[in-house]
Write a protein that binds this ligand. Sequence first.
Ligand SMILES: [Zn+2]
Length: 98
Amino acid sequence: MRPGTAHARVRYKGDDVGDQDGDGTAAVPMAEVMAEMPGVWRRLLAAHVPDRFGRCSACRTATGSGEKWPCSLHRIASQARQLHEQNLAQAIDTDRDG
Ligand SMILES: [Zn+2]
């Protein structure tokens, strides 16, 4: 008889990352990617503006009913702009520190 039993070490995979509840958190990764593409979010911000009915003029469909502004694309683009400006501010801080 062999001594000892093979104890399989059971490890629970910790899925801490990406399992957060909360409104709007899902849009952040997309905004982070977009933050490095200023041309993209600038164009989105320029195009996705509210019309006089408070609906996005860029997300308007053929039927005439647009998405209520700010639409999801505009929200992502404005988050991207914030991240972009934060990155710039951090870069300046780092530069001054040296
Ligand atoms: Zn839109």
